[in-house]
Design a protein around this ligand. Structure first.
Ligand SMILES: *[C@@H]1O[C@H](CO)[C@@H](O)[C@H](O)[C@H]1NC(C)=O
Ligand SMILES: *[C@@H]1O[C@H](CO)[C@@H](O)[C@H](O)[C@H]1NC(C)=O
Ligand SMILES: *[C@@H]1O[C@H](CO)[C@@H](O)[C@H](O)[C@H]1NC(C)=O
Ligand SMILES: *[C@@H]1O[C@H](CO)[C@@H](O)[C@H](O)[C@H]1NC(C)=O
Ligand SMILES: *[C@@H]1O[C@H](CO)[C@@H](O)[C@H](O)[C@H]1NC(C)=O
Length: 441
């Protein structure tokens, strides 16, 4: 197994370097076209976040394990994990303690061909080592809801673990069916309560999470919270279309995160980006079913929210409720700014392009309020495909805080059926360039 790890490490190094070389010249292609959008009314000065952001991902190479014989392998089986039907939680806790407290290069290994059963676990740092976790086998969540009585909101938590690499091609299964059945969105008689996020990364720097299958989360699949410098790639995230609130990848209060080459299809947003997030890149994402790629919701319960510097570049979105969406509640404040959606194909998406400043996800209607989260400097470029509904483009912006600096450039969305697609545009300062269809009337 040692050699196996070594080979993987080498592959990782090469794939990283190839990524790196393209990063060396600064941020990738999306940034180069500001010049050509200035003429269309876009405000390039609105991009300070990119200029001031420290060299993105520059520390990530140090995560790599040298192929040294001194690498210590901590195998969960050696701590009593069996991977039969028994609870493997104590074994994982002991293995974590050993791995996290060891100095030098440490690999925590979850062997192939077995399925380990876990109750909620916190993997807490800081660790003495820069850890690699190789998940070759499967990890499955306890579906006994009483196991979560101390904390209903989390299953696996990595808290304050810097310089962490998780990979291995294995499965992480939230076994969420029981939670979906007990969701107030499915059974209207039940009160609305939290359900666990399958995999949470909290307050951690320099993370790399790659090549894993994550499925059937109790609620959100993967959440990055208060993290800095994250690469998430080659993740496959799946849950039934009918599973409630099962966002794929959730980003909150996190800076400098790149999500690449992921396939995500769940019952809620493929990717959701909420307040406190800055410099978020999502590249080559396949999304559907679900609710699409969302910024927000922002500003609920009159809160202040800031999101800036989001690039979604290269996405295929299939049969989702929304394509690319920005959603804010009335009554909030702050801003969602400097956002680019480009090179996106949509197939039969109900709301392909949507800004909704009147978002209201509650039973009671939301009352009209004058404050709003400002939406400004949003580019939609090279987007084509089909809409499942008549309204392919919808900008439903606030009367008091109209959307500013919205640019549509080479956007063409046809309706899936016979009728002609249309755009609805309220309170939006819009520029158009190149081919744009449908157009605001
Ligand atoms: C862990 O990584 C950090 C930077 O990412 C580096 O400064 C440190 O030397 C590494 N520690 C070990 C034990 O390799
Ligand atoms: C994340 O870290 C913060 C401290 O900044 C702490 O208050 C919070 O409980 C942590 N969340 C989790 C899920 O551990
Ligand atoms: C895009 O992501 C898919 C799915 O992970 C992958 O198979 C494909 O190679 C990626 N394409 C590029 C150009 O990286
Ligand atoms: C398009 O989506 C609608 C539901 O939004 C569905 O009823 C219809 O079958 C889909 N059409 C195609 C061609 O996939
Ligand atoms: C818009 O599309 C046309 C035709 O495909 C292309 O020639 C042009 O370069 C595109 N413009 C931009 C800004 O990408």
């Amino acid at each position: 197994m040692g050699r196996h790890v070594t080979q993987l490490v080498i592959i990782t190094i090469f794939s990283l370097f190839s990524r790196y070389s393209s990063l060396e010249d600064g941020p990738p292609s999306p940034y180069n076209y500001f010049e050509d959008v200035v003429s269309a009314g876009y405000d390039p000065l609105a991009y300070p976040s990119y200029l001031t952001t420290k060299d993105l991902f520059s520390h990530t190479t140090q995560l790599l394990i040298p192929t040294s014989p001194s690498t210590k392998t901590v195998n969960v089986d050696h701590f009593g994990a069996t991977g039969d039907a028994d609870d493997d939680t104590p074994a994982f806790e002991k293995a974590w303690e050993e791995a996290c407290s060891s100095k030098g290069q440490v690999v925590l290994e979850v062997p192939q061909g077995k399925c380990y059963h876990l109750k909620p676990i916190r993997f807490s740092g800081p660790c003495k080592s820069n850890l690699t976790i190789q998940i070759y086998g499967s990890i499955e969540a306890s579906d006994d809801m009483s196991d979560y009585k101390e904390d209903r909101r989390h299953w696996l938590v990595f808290d304050e673990v810097d310089n962490l690499l998780i990979q291995g091609g294995g499965n992480i299964n939230g076994n969420g069916k029981i939670w979906w059945q007990n969701s107030c969105k499915i059974n209207k008689d039940l009160p609305c309560k939290d359900a666990p996020t399958a995999l949470t990364f909290n307050k951690s720097k320099n993370l790399m999470v790659q090549n894993l299958n994550i499925q059937d989360a109790q609620q959100i699949h993967v959440s990055f919270e208060k993290c800095d410098n994250v690469q998430a790639s080659a993740l496959t995230v799946t849950a039934p279309e009918t599973s409630p609130n099962t966002d794929g990848i959730h980003v909150t209060h996190t800076q400098n995160i790149r999500i690449t080459d992921c396939i995500i299809g769940t019952g809620d947003d493929c990717i959701s980006i909420v307040s406190g997030s800055q410099n978020v890149q999502a590249l080559n994402i396949t999304c559907g079913p679900g609710h699409g790629i969302s910024i927000g919701s922002l500003g609920s319960k009159n809160s202040k929210a800031y999101v800036s510097g989001v690039t979604v570049d290269g996405a295929k979105i299939f049969g989702t409720k929304n394509g690319v969406r920005i959603k804010t509640w009335q009554g909030g404040s702050g801003s969602a700014s400097n956002i680019i959606f480009q090179n996106i194909e949509m197939f039969n998406v109900s709301n392909p392009i949507i800004i909704d400043q009147n978002y209201c996800d509650q039973d009671k209607p939301c009352k009209e309020q004058s404050s709003a989260v400002q939406v400004k400097n949003v580019v939609y470029k090279n987007i084509e495909g089909t809409s499942a509904s008549e309204v392919a483009i919808k900008f439903d912006c606030s009367k008091t805080h109209p959307c500013q600096g919205i640019l549509l450039q080479n956007v063409s969305i046809q309706e899936q059926g016979e009728t002609t697609a249309k755009a609805i545009c309220n309170n939006v300062k819009l520029s158009e360039d190149g081919t744009v269809f449908p157009r605001c009337c």
